[in-house]
Design a protein around this ligand. Structure first.
Ligand code: WTA
Length: 660
């Protein structure tokens, strides 16, 4: 029954005062964990406890005797004397246990196409594709780029790399070919797996020709595999390019998994940092697989034989790596994978899929929930969501209003919500609540998981009293932690371990803790902007804008935004006497889209004759933020030319009046 919007508003309003939601009795009755026994057990001997989990959740070729080695901190290793294979753990072991017929992925295409892939299907394709990779000279330690839409082939490609010890480097499909090229260059990729085209809301984007334009510069690249997906022409270069389906056909059916050391690299994933150059975050096999398998099982209270799990992220982000591919497949459960947008063909497509496949656990981002709120409760109300039993969020802080709407409208008031805090660097979930054991508090992520330790500290690394805002730090190494930045050891140490030393990992988020030790994460403290849960670097966007010939200078900031959490505002100074106008705004936004991707386009561009700078010439972004958010200006005494601020304030007022 559809509730009247006013009734819903009233009910949500009443809930706004509720600060904590205890685990519902019905949920607790069957929950895996219902008390703090895991937290306590782990605290006694964290590395030893993690080793027990590693043995319990994974199949090893050689079981590790070692757990943590911190003798060379911050270059930590885990389970270093063990050997295993990630694709074996995701596929073979389930097939060998007689579960080959279980659906691994219910795949739904943009235009409503459906494909169910069983564990046996995935294993068959993965072995063939692994052989195809080998046939092109790819082996242990070689980097393979993957630039694909949300199609099952992306999972096969990742697992085929893992099978032979090649290191995948997935680039999110929303990035530009220019960004793909950069990531292939940085990592000396030997091959790239891409598609003839991508579909989005009824439109087709050609991928292959765009990739071809830039890929010539990547001298290490010997092979481009092309998945025929969108019925689109794909120009093929003789000797270099091959069609995925053809090589799959031609390949041998059997490819035994390589026995790999636990510390063998599994993947690199580029993520934005404080400078314009993205960071190649490196994860290895044993620790990462332990972390994602364990967290996927315990945080989502998984029953692999019954649950249908859906993580709505894109596989090109870490959330997709950990909770579409490695976690769910390692646990042998059934998942949903959806190619398209949440509002195509209509705004109820997600809920239609939940009903159709009987989704029991749904994991998404706050920004998506806010979009759904805007569209209205009538869309979810068209569908039977009664199978849902647990909900999750990730990627950015969730405002209590969105939390309550999710709880009420999607969860029918009966599903616990796990607000999961983590990062590309952490590999898997770090701070949240175990849903059968811990109360949830809207807008508050939760406590560190068993085996994980965190603290809120001041600038010197001293722990702050509860209730005081400070910097989040992780104070104990954990198995799924990044092992470094690809080919950039100095930057690894500088970014995460220089501020507080090699034992206190600097997260880069502001946060505070309450008296029960629950952590609220407030947002980034560095020059990273979180747009719809996507990490972008102000420096990267600035350098894209400045690369336009008509631009003299640019500074970007993140502005609070109702829909996307944060949005990018760019202050731009044009060359010479050029005047900014609407056409120029469009030109710059297009330019950024072609350099980085559409997701990085600034929402607002503010033309400024000059930018506020210190005497040494550093742009003072803090002041730009103050102006853009209409705050009282902070300290301006270090400014070289204080008049600049007055002029900018005037500009902002005019811009806002025009928008309003
Ligand atoms: C933010 C995504 C508040 C945070 C898995 C972090 C969150 C950054 C939450 C990492 C959450 C992630 N509550 N903030 N539940 N989850 N963040 O690397 O600022 O894309 O540092 O990893 O997202 O983003 P990344």
């Amino acid at each position: 029954m559809a509730a009247e919007p006013e009734t819903l508003e009233r009910e949500l309003g009443e809930l706004l005062d509720v600060e904590r939601f205890e685990p519902p009795a019905d949920f607790v009755r069957r929950a895996r964990v219902t008390d703090d026994s895991l937290h306590r057990a782990a605290d006694k001997d964290p590395p030893g406890w993690w080793r027990e989990q590693a043995l319990a959740v994974l199949d090893w070729v050689k079981e590790p005797q070692q757990a943590l080695d911190d003798s060379n901190a911050p270059f930590y290793t885990w389970f270093a004397d063990g050997t295993l294979n990630a694709s074996y753990n995701c596929l073979d072991r389930h097939v060998e246990a007689g579960r080959g017929d279980r659906v691994a992925l219910h795949w739904r295409g943009e235009e409503g196409e459906e494909r169910d892939l069983t564990y046996a299907d995935l294993l068959a394709d993965t072995q063939r594709f692994a052989n195809a990779l080998k046939a092109r000279g790819i082996g242990r330690g070689d980097v393979v780029g993957i630039f694909l839409p949300m199609i099952p082939e992306v999972v096969v490609a990742m697992l085929a790399c893992a099978r032979i010890g090649a290191v995948h480097n997935v680039v999110f499909g929303g990035f530009s070919p220019e960004s793909v090229k950069e990531r292939m260059l940085f990592s000396d990729a030997k091959a790239l797996i891409t598609a003839d085209g991508a579909r989005r809301k009824g439109k087709l984007a050609a991928i292959k020709p765009a990739v071809d334009e830039v890929m010539g510069e990547v001298k290490t690249l010997d092979t481009i595999f092309v998945v025929r997906h969108a019925d689109n022409d794909a120009p093929m270069t003789e000797g270099r390019d091959v069609f995925y389906d053809e090589v799959l056909q031609a390949a041998d059916a059997e490819c035994p998994p390589e026995e790999l050391p636990a510390e063998h690299p599994l993947f690199i994933l580029y993520s934005s940092g404080s400078t314009a150059k993205p960071k190649g975050i490196l994860h290895t096999t044993g620790g990462y697989m332990t972390g994602v398998t364990w967290t996927h099982r315990e945080v989502f209270d998984l029953r692999p034989d019954e649950d249908v799990f859906w993580c709505s992220a894109d596989v090109g982000w870490v959330t997709g790596h950990s909770y579409i591919v490695y976690g769910p497949l390692s646990n042998g459960c059934t998942s949903v994978m959806y190619e398209g947008a949440p509002d195509y063909p209509d705004k109820d497509v997600w809920w239609e899929l939940c009903e159709r496949y009987g989704v029991t656990i749904f994991y998404t981002a706050p920004t998506a929930i806010r979009a759904c709120i805007k569209w209205g409760a009538q869309y979810p109300e068209r569908h039977d969501l009664s199978k849902l039993r647990l909900l999750g969020t990730v990627g950015e802080p969730i405002n209590p209003k969105a939390w309550l709407w999710y709880h009420k409208v999607i969860g029918g008031g009966r599903c616990p919500i796990v607000d999961t805090w983590w990062q590309t660097e952490t590999g898997g979930i770090m701070i949240t609540t175990l849903p059968g054991a811990q109360a949830t508090k809207p807008g508050v992520a939760g406590t560190p998981l068993p085996g994980i330790a965190a603290a809120v500290v001041d600038d010197q690394g001293e722990e702050l009293p509860h209730g005081t805002q400070g910097l989040l730090s992780l104070t104990r190494p954990w198995p799924a932690m990044l092992r470094g930045l690809y080919r950039d050891e100095d930057r690894y140490v500088q970014t995460y371990w220089a501020k507080f030393g090699p034992r206190k990992y600097l997260v880069g988020d502001a946060s505070k803790q309450d008296d029960e030790g629950y952590v609220s994460v407030i947002g980034r403290v560095d020059d990273v902007i979180n747009v719809s849960g996507h990490r972008l670097s102000t420096a990267e966007v600035e350098s894209a804008i400045v690369s336009h010939p008509k631009v003299a200078e640019a500074a970007c900031i993140g502005q609070a935004d109702e829909d996307t959490g944060q949005a990018i505002a760019a202050f731009v100074t044009l060359e010479g006497d050029l005047e900014g106008d609407d056409a120029m705004v469009a030109e710059l936004r297009d330019h950024v889209a072609s350099r980085i991707g559409k997701l990085a386009r600034p929402k607002r561009i503010i033309w400024s004759d000059e930018l506020p700078k210190t005497r040494s010439g550093k742009i003072m972004r803090r002041l730009l933020k103050d102006i853009a958010e209409g705050r009282e200006l902070g300290d301006v005494t270090t400014l070289k030319d204080p008049d600049v601020m007055a002029q900018l304030e005037e500009k902002i007022k005019i811009a806002q009046a025009e928008e309003g």
